[in-house]
Each structure stands twice: as C-alpha cells, then as structure tokens.
Design a protein around this ligand. Structure first.
Ligand SMILES: N[C@@H](CCC(=O)N[C@@H](CS)C(=O)NCC(=O)O)C(=O)O
Length: 212
C-alpha cells in the first residue's frame, strides 16, 4: 500500500523546504518508496480528523495501512528500519546512526528552534535584544562541537545515514541566519546533503505545492 503523508496546504516558508514534511519526503525518496501527500490547512490541522492522527495538530503525519505515525524522528526511523539505504547493516553502526538522529532532534534542533522563537514569535518583546545573543551563542557552541566531530569526513559516521538526513534537515533551518557560514565544514556538509538526488526530488515536490 502506498503510504500517505500530510503537509501544509501552503507552507509559511513559501517553499524553502523548511517545513518538516521535507525530511520525510527525503527519507521516502532515499529508499525509493512512492508516497502520496494529503495537504492540510492550518484550520484542518486542529480539527478532530487530523488530531486523531497527530495529537498536537501538526504536520507531517504518516499513514500506511492501519499504521498512523507522527513525529518526524519516528517516521524516518520507521522507514529506515523497513527499507535498505538509510541505516547500516552492522548492528553497532546502526545504533550509532540512530544516536545521530536523536542528537539532531534533541540536542541540535532545540537551540535552533529557540532562535525562531526569539526572532519570530518574540521579536517585539523587550527581552529580545538581550536574549538573542545568548541563543546565538548556544547554537554556535553546538555547531562548534558538531564541526569538531565531523572533521574532514563527508558524513557523521561512515556512509550517509538517517542520522545525516536528520542532521542536515535541522541545520538547513539555520541558513537564513548566516551562522552556518561561520563553520565552512558544516556548510559543505549541508551542501552535500542538498546535492543528493533524493533531497532534490523531495525539495522539488514540496516547492511545487507551495508555488502553485
Ligand atoms: N517534533 C515534531 C514537530 C512538528 C512541527 O512542529 N510541525 C510544524 C510544521 S514544520 C507544524 O505543524 N506547525 C504548525 C503548528 O504547530 O500549529 C516533528 O518533528 O514532527
């Protein structure tokens, strides 16, 4: 059965690929799994039919036969475990790749999301001037650590994996801030991810929706 994901009817980023359906599309493309997309409006996302799939009224969701998933981490892991191409066969290498998925979502993404909060949701609040440099420095610290670990390697641990897919997806959110440019090896890492044909197909698919 062809799985169905949900995505914004119209993404707030206008098609820059930052909405989280892009990472799920990317994973589906990497493993060669065709998929369908159901577009949802902000209003529909908060209604009972969507809340039954996603308790927090967000996108993306993933439906396959009688299985419904939410959270990009769990969706990408589900795909990576059931198809070849996103996780190594060796059990220890596989566990390490999964660690990188969690690191992307739990350690690197949170300060990046804080930056969105400071800039967009709290941009007009009196504390923003003081808070912004603190948040930027927290992100820099993570990027410094990540860059040190990546070193001269192409990917975080051997061949490209779901860990890289998730890390690149998270780092892409920083592009507009210019912070990535302070870490040339990470900029190159992100560019390698974006150059993958599967990413290109995923990006084009979400762009087509947002430029209709
Ligand atoms: N941790 C969730 C985050 C999902 C999320 O924040 N989705 C955003 C789009 S990228 C959303 O639906 N925002 C609208 C809302 O929260 O009302 C995941 O990784 O799937």
């Amino acid at each position: 059965m062809t799985p169905t994901i949900t995505a914004f009817e119209r993404s707030p980023d206008g098609g820059k690929g930052l909405a989280r359906d892009t990472r799920v599309r990317w994973a589906l493309e990497e493993v060669g799994q065709p998929y369908e997309v159901r577009l949802v409006s902000f209003q529909a996302m908060k209604e009972p039919a969507h809340l039954a799939l996603h308790p927090f009224g967000q996108i993306p969701t993933y439906e396959e036969s009688d299985l419904a998933l939410f959270e990009t981490g769990s969706i990408v892991l589900h795909l990576a475990e059931r198809h070849a191409g996103l996780l190594p066969g060796d059990a220890k290498a596989r566990a390490r790749a999964i660690s990188w998925m969690f690191a992307a979502l739990n350690t690197v993404e949170p300060p990046i999301l804080e930056l969105m909060t400071v800039r967009i949701l709290e941009g007009d609040r009196p504390w923003t001037r003081e808070r912004l440099p603190l948040v930027l420095d927290r992100i820099r610290e993570r990027l410094k650590q990540l860059s040190a670990r990546l070193g001269d390697s192409d990917w975080l641990d051997g061949a490209f994996s779901a860990g890289d897919l998730m890390m690149v997806s998270v780092l892409l959110r920083l592009r507009a801030s210019g912070l990535l440019n302070e870490f040339p090896s990470l900029s190159a890492y992100v560019a390698r991810g974006e150059a993958r044909p599967a990413y290109q197909r995923a990006f084009a698919a979400q762009l087509a929706v947002n430029t209709r």
